[in-house]
Ligand binder design. Structure first.
Ligand SMILES: *[C@@H]1O[C@H](CO)[C@@H](O)[C@H](O)[C@H]1NC(C)=O
Ligand SMILES: *[C@@H]1O[C@H](CO)[C@@H](O)[C@H](O)[C@H]1NC(C)=O
Ligand SMILES: *[C@@H]1O[C@H](CO)[C@@H](O)[C@H](O)[C@H]1NC(C)=O
Ligand SMILES: *[C@@H]1O[C@H](CO)[C@@H](O)[C@H](O)[C@H]1NC(C)=O
Ligand SMILES: *[C@@H]1O[C@H](CO)[C@@H](O)[C@H](O)[C@H]1NC(C)=O
Ligand SMILES: CC(=O)N[C@H]1CO[C@H](CO)[C@@H](O)[C@@H]1O
Ligand SMILES: [Ca+2]
Length: 487
């Protein structure tokens, strides 16, 4: 299998850009990553950073259930519906094809009627929890490009956790919590994706949006909202993907947030409909999933156009003299320069960061124009970085700095540099302090600065921004304009 060239997401901003873009006829190694398009003047090539097209990733996964014997049908069982305990015509028998509900039915092509679904045994051992882990493994790093959607056929679970792994299942982190009552289930305040901002994007939330309303049979899906999170950077219709790619390029945490090797759906409590579980008829309670959607692309570090599936394994088809499943290192004898991931910047053609043969001397290449002092690198391929920038190409930011056409120092954030005494962090560049406090992080009671000290009569004056902060504020407002202008 080979993914075609054009990238779904990039295409959405290319269409915005194409009217005014003009490309040089050749770009050396950038020629690799291009796709044909059409303008009023005829066919033309669009150049871009190298990455495989986004695709339906459920075709390439392995699924594991825990406990392994939790699928219904052995021995055969008859189920009642959640809504009506007298309607008991759902029969599960793993030995009969028409009555079996194996895990594969979560990933088959839907569109058939009735739908096909995996089903668990019923909650026979109540009050012991009916807990099931569904683990999806790719054995390959994947970058998510669209919402994860799970469709339940017999009520959505009352408690569930979506977890992810970035290291092939060795360690797991929660991605999102789902419950009818977040406080009760996980002692977390209920939130929705609409509460998330650019600055809290990495926060893990518990949502009640997808657990209520079992009676409304159309509400069958549970989502992990990727696109709403992208929209925080790319705008509501994802028109400004350039802005998103710029951020992904320079903020490793953000890039990693959307990257997985495995997903785990932890089903903790099935739909029960009523407030009380009907202990005398537990055949009403079980999990049934008809579909799981995971859309993404192979992570190839911007060193491949395509990803192949061969012998049950996904592998990037590495260019730029790189190798490894994710093109994560230079080929043997191509280590004249330290390996580095390709870059989306400058938008749109990106920077290839090719590996160089050992025999050939260093070249000028492609220092990041915003992060480095000059466009030339030194004898071993390092660029001279401006303050706050790092990496061979000066395209990454040191801790404490944020990418904004170069690395701008970060005054505050929601992690280590929290504003104190109730101050609010604005765009990571200043704390907006309550009237009684001042200082970079609102750490100083204002009265300390006043004649007479605290207890004096001058407290509560209006707060004036130091001129430097105003400049920084302006810079951060002007920042995104560049990315729009470039189109
Ligand atoms: C699954 O297997 C375990 C251990 O063999 C057993 O204790 C349990 O009852 C089985 N569960 C079902 C639903 O068959
Ligand atoms: C559940 O209730 C229905 C209707 O009363 C009955 O037909 C069915 O046998 C019951 N199931 C169990 C396991 O008691
Ligand atoms: C599911 O996974 C969690 C950790 O992610 C583990 O604690 C639990 O034992 C697993 N199995 C079940 C049946 O929940
Ligand atoms: C995972 O992929 C690596 C190569 O990338 C391979 O060596 C390994 O056998 C694979 N593991 C499984 C469980 O398929
Ligand atoms: C190039 O810069 C790197 C990092 O500053 C340094 O380690 C290396 O020695 C330099 N090489 C030359 C030839 O100046
Ligand atoms: C051996 C090898 O793959 N060489 C390639 C190194 O990269 C340049 C530019 O991408 C190619 O032209 C070479 O073929
Ligand atoms: Ca199905």
């Amino acid at each position: 299998m080979r993914f075609p060239l054009l990238l779904t997401l990039q295409a959405s901003w290319l269409t915005v850009c194409q009217a005014t873009q003009h490309y040089p006829t050749t770009w050396g190694h950038y020629d690799l990553c291009k796709s044909e398009g059409y303008t009023d003047e005829g066919p033309t090539w669009y150049y871009m950073a190298c990455q495989p097209e986004a695709a339906d990733m459920t075709k390439y996964l392995k699924v594991f259930l825990d406990p392994p014997n939790i699928t219904c049908g052995d021995p055969p069982e008859t189920y009642c519906t959640l809504e009506n305990p007298y309607m008991c015509n759902n029969e599960c028998d793993s030995a009969t094809e028409e009555l079996a509900h194996p895990p594969e039915l979560m990933f088959d092509h839907e569109g058939r009627n009735p739908t096909t679904f995996w089903q668990s045994t019923s909650w026979k051992k109540y009050p012991k929890p009916l807990a099931v882990n569904i683990t999806l493994s790719w054995n390959k790093t994947i970058e998510l490009t669209d919402d994860i959607v799970i469709t339940f056929e017999s009520g959505r679970p009352e408690q569930m956790v979506l977890e992810k792994s970035l290291d092939y299942g060795r360690s797991w982190q929660p991605y999102q919590f789902y419950a009818t009552d977040c406080l009760d289930a996980f002692t977390m305040e209920p939130k929705s994706v609409r509460d998330i901002t650019q600055h809290t994007l990495l926060d893990i939330i518990c949502t009640e949006e997808y657990s209520r309303g079992y009676v409304w049979k159309n509400d069958k899906t549970v989502r992990f909202e990727i696109k709403d999170r992208f929209a925080l950077f790319a705008g509501p219709k994802l028109h400004n993907m350039a802005s998103l790619y710029g951020q992904l390029d320079t903020t490793k945490n953000l890039r990693d947030f959307f990257t997985i090797t495995d997903l785990r759906i932890r089903l903790l409590r099935p739909a029960t409909g009523a407030t009380m579980v009907d202990e005398y008829n537990l055949s009403r309670y079980f999990y049934a999933i008809s579909g799981i959607k995971v859309h993404g692309r192979c992570k190839c570090n911007l060193h491949a156009n395509s990803c192949i599936y061969d012998k049950e394994r996904l592998t990037c088809e590495c260019e730029h003299n790189t190798t490894g499943p994710d093109c994560g290192r230079c080929k043997k004898n191509y280590q004249a320069r330290a390996w580095s991931a390709g870059s989306y910047l400058p938008i749109p053609k990106g920077t290839a960061n090719i590996c160089l043969p050992n025999s050939v001397g260093p070249v000028n290449c492609n220092c990041n124009p915003f992060g480095s002092d000059t466009d030339r690198c030194n004898g071993t391929g390092y660029c001279k970085c401006k303050e706050g920038a790092t990496g061979a190409k000066c395209h990454e930011c040191l801790p404490g700095y944020l990418w904004d056409n170069g690395c701008k120092s970060r005054v505050c954030d929601s992690e280590l540099l929290r504003c104190q005494n109730g101050g609010v962090c604005v765009n990571n560049i200043r704390c907006q302090c309550p009237p009684a406090y001042t200082g970079l992080l609102c750490e100083k009671p204002r009265c300390e600065n006043e004649p007479g000290g605290c207890g004096g009569s001058y407290s509560g004056q209006a707060y004036l921004y130091p001129p430097g902060l105003i400049l920084l504020l302006l810079l951060s407002i002007l920042g995104p304009v560049f990315l729009v202008e470039i189109c």
